[in-house]
Design a protein around this ligand. Structure first.
Ligand code: FAD
Length: 423
């Protein structure tokens, strides 16, 4: 009997795990590689960074997902290089993997757009370790100011967020609630009312891709929560303890959070294929890489075009998951000698939350929602996207409790090394 075709999936995020789902029971051998042994649910990283949820709520063990996938094997390992010509992947600490089908689902990395000092001093929010680091950083800042109140004059309670897209807006809202409600109660002697969250956005609006009424709602909801929204504001340089804006103004801060952009995983640049804007791999309508049959790229590492509108698809978990499922089905079809079919993204709407009871939702066909209804819709959609039943239950219960008590998680500092001043 001929050996089963070998499918190698690089990356166990939304895209990679979408592929795995559809290959369950298919006549193929599946190998999944990821540097982490868990799938991260990035849309809830703000809640982790601001202590609303715990790490286990926003990550799901890949090995547990695979319990019912007899044809799949997982290895926690770092992908070192990919040779498309010899159809081989080199993974640190393992024998090289030869493949019949390859799925590139390695996501993106933070892009600092060449802003001097950003790589050294900014705190990004893209991974679970990033979120934990940010959470610890904020808690440590408060402990430092508690001991040395003079630090307030040096900007220790100024929290600067660069980027007014969904990441920056959601984080600003969550941070405002954490500072002004929870930390204000934890540090009654501290002038927490002097804490400032400054959101710097290059364009004239926050939430650029959303409709005008939703952008205006989000901006007002942030202002109502005490966030200083600085639109049409570029950051020129970041130094230890300060940020210089393009207009020459200097903002003192010990916390600079970078939410201003991503680029495709750098491994895309080593493939020897042309990349498009943002270092992403352009794929055909069936999500295959041109000139490399059987090689697919999905999610944040790829740039796919909507078959319906002809527009590029956004870097969203929903896009990555649907693309992954489509690739899983395509591989099954190809293995059976059937042709691939084009990917059609089903847009169920885009949304962002600003905080408790405040969110914006843009539904397909132009309808919009704001306020509590939008927030409940956001909550429902994000709960349903979570991987495991246990995560869904935990998150539901934790949030339910938070809502009732207006409290969040256990604010304890795990890393007891000295305060890690980001900038
Ligand atoms: C803070 C934040 C909030 C977001 N909110 C939303 C939202 O509300 N709704 C929404 O739809 N989308 C949201 N997104 C976007 C969404 O999370 C991404 O579009 C989605 O995760 C992309 O899926 P992916 O599979 O392409 O990549 P990822 O989910 O990032 O998975 C890539 C995987 O590759 C692994 N990897 C990378 N390099 C290597 C290597 N060299 N070796 C081994 N493994 C490697 C990583 O560990 C990771 O597990 C948000 C993103 C962020 C950062």
């Amino acid at each position: 009997m001929a050996p089963l075709p070998h499918v190698v999936i690089l990356g166990a995020g939304f895209g990679g795990m979408g592929v795995v789902q559809k290959l369950r029971g298919a006549p193929v051998r599946v190998t999944i590689i990821d540097r982490h042994d868990y799938q991260t649910f990035q849309p809830l990283l703000y809640q982790l960074a601001t202590d609303e949820l715990s790490p286990a709520d926003v990550a799901h063990p890949v090995r547990e997902t695979l319990h019912r996938h007899a044809n799949a094997t997982f290895h926690q390992a770092v992908v070192h290089s990919i040779d498309l010509a010899s159809r081989r992947v080199v993974v640190d600490g393992m024998e090289p993997l030869d493949y019949d089908y390859l799925v590139l689902a390695l996501g993106a990395v933070v892009s600092f757009h060449g802003v001097p000092g950003a790589a050294e001093h900014a705190l990004p929010l893209y991974s679970l370790p990033d979120a934990l680091k940010l959470r610890e950083h904020v808690l440590k800042i408060f402990e430092e100011v508690d001991k040395q109140p003079a630090l307030v004059d040096q900007g220790a309670l100024n929290f600067c967020i660069v980027g007014g897209g969904a990441t920056g807006v959601e984080l600003a809202g969550a941070l405002a609630e954490m500072l002004h409600v929870d930390l204000a109660a934890d540090y009654p002697q501290m002038p927490v009312d002097q804490a400032r969250i400054i959101l710097c956005e290059h364009s004239p609006h926050v939430l650029g891709p959303f409709k005008e009424n939703l952008r205006a709602y989000a901006e007002q909801a942030l202002v109502d929560r005490g966030v200083h929204v600085r639109t049409s504001t570029d950051v020129k340089e970041i130094r230890a303890g300060a940020v210089t804006l393009a207009n020459g103004e200097v903002l003192k801060t010990h916390t600079l959070i970078w939410a201003a952009g991503l680029q495709g995983n750098p491994l895309a640049g080593s493939l020897g294929i042309p990349l498009v804007a943002g270092g992403r791999i352009a794929v055909g309508s069936d999500l295959q890489v041109a000139g490399h049959p059987g090689v697919f790229a999905i999610g944040d590492i790829a740039l796919a075009t909507d078959a319906g509108t002809g527009k590029p698809l956004p870097g969203l978990g929903a896009v990555a998951l649907q693309a992954g499922k489509h690739v899983g089905e395509t591989i099954s079809r190809l293995a059976e000698g059937k042709p691939a079919e084009p990917f059609k993204y089903v847009d169920k709407g885009t949304m962002a939350t600003i905080g408790r009871g405040a969110a914006v939702v843009e539904l397909p066909f132009g309808k919009t929602l704001t306020g509590t209804v939008a927030w409940l819709a956001w909550l429902g959609v994000h709960l349903s996207l979570l991987s495991g039943t246990q995560e869904k239950t935990n998150v539901f219960l934790e949030w339910g409790w938070n809502l009732l008590t207006r409290k969040r998680g256990k604010r304890i500092i795990l890393d007891d090394s000295s305060t890690d001043s980001a900038s």
